[in-house]
Design a protein around this ligand. Sequence first.
Ligand SMILES: Nc1ncnc2c1ncn2[C@@H]1O[C@H](COP(=O)(O)OP(=O)(O)O)[C@@H](O)[C@H]1O
Ligand SMILES: [Mg+2]
Length: 251
Amino acid sequence: MILLQTIDLSKRFGDTRACDGLNFVVNEGEFLSLVGSNGAGKTSLVNLISAQLTPDSGRILFEGKDITTTGVHERIKAGIARSFQIVNLFDGLTVFDNVALSIFSREGKAVKMGSLADHDQDVRREAIDVLGQFGLGGKSNVLAGGLAQGERKLLDVAVACALRPKLLFLDEPTSGVSTRDKTQIMDTVSSVVRAGTMTAVVIEHDMDVVFRYSDRIVMMHEGLFLADGTPEEIRANNEVTSILLGAPLSA
Ligand SMILES: Nc1ncnc2c1ncn2[C@@H]1O[C@H](COP(=O)(O)OP(=O)(O)O)[C@@H](O)[C@H]1O
Ligand SMILES: [Mg+2]
């Protein structure tokens, strides 16, 4: 079943066609990787879908409903969440409170300052659960600003997952992260997808990671889709491999 669909979606910046008439389809329950060199338009596409950017033309459908003109908060409420290329945490709050805040905001609960989840056992339990899933249980009381780079990325993904989205976009969740943290991030996201509760679209440069975890891979280049297929199909596509290795396009 199609979860999200864009129809002829376009966005330019001056003369740059960041997204050039894209027909993007995300199927329910899949782990999809969006790949392509820097400047391909990957982040712009996600920004259009999460309402961080307004398209010049085209439409976006989520669960069959046209959401093209809805705002950021409405899209989050509909079940679309995303992380950013640069982590987006409250550095002055603890690891625990960052996750608790995400759960609170999902539930639409009023947030009292102090320790956020002190008075809500359900939120407490769930936050502990999420932190355990991401291997951050031992860091609950550390300030987010005091975490190492890999742990910050982990927490950023945990915060996005705590929104319990139907569709989660992760923009380079493993960049600048150790192999161990990379595995932790991807294993956890993929296990949530495999449990049937979430669909994931991940922008990722590490092709080992892409091939290992993806059901489907979509490759972008200069605002266009160049390839769309299973890991086996993409691996066998010479045009794709030459671009990924930095060789110029022949046509
Ligand atoms: N806010 C912006 N203003 C001007 N140009 C932008 C902006 N955002 C992206 N671009 C340009 O659009 C193209 C696609 O960028 P982006 O979507 O960030 O690519 P990717 O995420 O694949 O690296 C690039 O040429 C980039 O320079
Ligand atoms: Mg990007």
